[in-house]
Design a protein around this ligand. Structure first.
Ligand code: SF4
Ligand code: SF4
Length: 295
């Protein structure tokens, strides 16, 4: 398999313990998302900023934000009770790289405490050209990038704006900037030996017929798997009145794309603070004791 060639045996062994990258792992291994990344640097029309990042989660729930130190505390609490815990992920509620200092610190702290944990992070990809090197140095091997379009004419209908290096881009320009960075970023990650999962939000009449082209392109860049996700219209978002994507349409698209690249069929669109086996969120069981300075 072309997209396995670049991947070392060691990495594939890690992946066997990652419930999102390996279907067989998702009944056995648990992941924990730590909500340390509140800010975002772009605006997706399907996003309602009061909720967790739709790139990785379902709209309608909001996670409390943790500092890296609190995230470590929570990790230690969870690890004690959840022996199946194998993955710590940073999936918002904003963008992991738009909060790079917090994301990096969290990974460093957890790694010191538990060197065998697998890390993953999810991002819109805008800052990947800046941070791919540091991500690799940290030892992160699993990165999810959400790519909804390759064509600025399509992308302009999906993104309202992109804030990049002190400038706000809009319309076609915003889409073009974001896409160029996503594709360059994926390539950099793959070259550094990481497994890249590409999330694609399937939006009817906007990017749906374009999805097979996206899958082909990211395959060419070396992506390991794509995860085609339904649009869940978020109240308050620009796509609030858009039709959602039903499971049948979704699986039909995944089946078409499966011919090119392996597909994820078991994504649960977890919240940015999800804990446990996929589909069995236990985040409510793990509450941190209040800090002295909490009121
Ligand atoms: Fe919202 Fe995520 Fe898009 Fe940022 S990347 S605007 S948090 S959906
Ligand atoms: Fe895995 Fe999907 Fe949940 Fe992310 S949102 S942890 S890919 S199941």
């Amino acid at each position: 398999d072309l997209n396995n060639d670049a991947v070392s045996a060691d990495l594939l062994r890690q992946t066997d313990r990652h419930p999102c990258y390996s279907f067989d792992a998702h009944h056995k291994y648990a992941r924990m998302h730590v909500p340390v990344a509140p800010k975002c640097n772009i605006s997706c029309n399907y996003c309602n900023r009061k909720f967790d990042c739709v790139n990785e989660s379902r709209p309608g729930v909001t996670s409390e934000i943790l500092t890296p130190e609190r995230a470590l505390q929570k990790f230690n609490l969870v690890r004690e009770k959840l022996s199946a815990l194998s993955v710590v992920g940073i999936a918002g509620p904003g963008d992991a790289l738009a909060n790079w200092a917090e994301t990096r610190r969290t990974i460093e702290l957890v790694k010191q405490s538990a060197p065998d944990i697998i890390f993953c992070l999810s991002t819109n990809g805008l800052l990947l050209p800046e941070y791919a090197g540091e991500i690799a140095e940290l030892g992160v091997k699993h990165v999810t990038v959400t790519v909804n379009s390759l064509d600025p004419e399509i992308g302009r209908n999906i993104y309202k704006y992109v804030n990049y290096k002190g400038k706000r881009y809009q319309g076609k320009e915003a889409a073009a900037r974001l896409m160029a960075n996503q594709l360059a970023g994926i390539e950099l990650l793959v070259r550094s030996g990481m497994l890249v999962k590409v999330n694609i939000v399937m939006i009817k009449n906007i990017n749906d017929t374009h999805i097979p082209d996206i899958v082909k392109k990211v395959k060419e860049l070396g992506a390991f798997i794509t995860n085609i996700m339904p649009l869940i219209p978020a109240p308050g978002s620009a796509f609030a009145d858009f039709p959602g994507t039903d499971t049948q349409e979704l699986n039909h698209m995944r089946n078409i794309c499966q011919a090119d690249l392996r597909q994820m069929y078991h994504c649960r669109q977890c919240r940015a603070d999800a804990i446990g086996l996929l589909g069995d969120d236990r985040s409510f069981e793990f509450r941190l004791p209040a800090e002295d300075n909490d009121i």
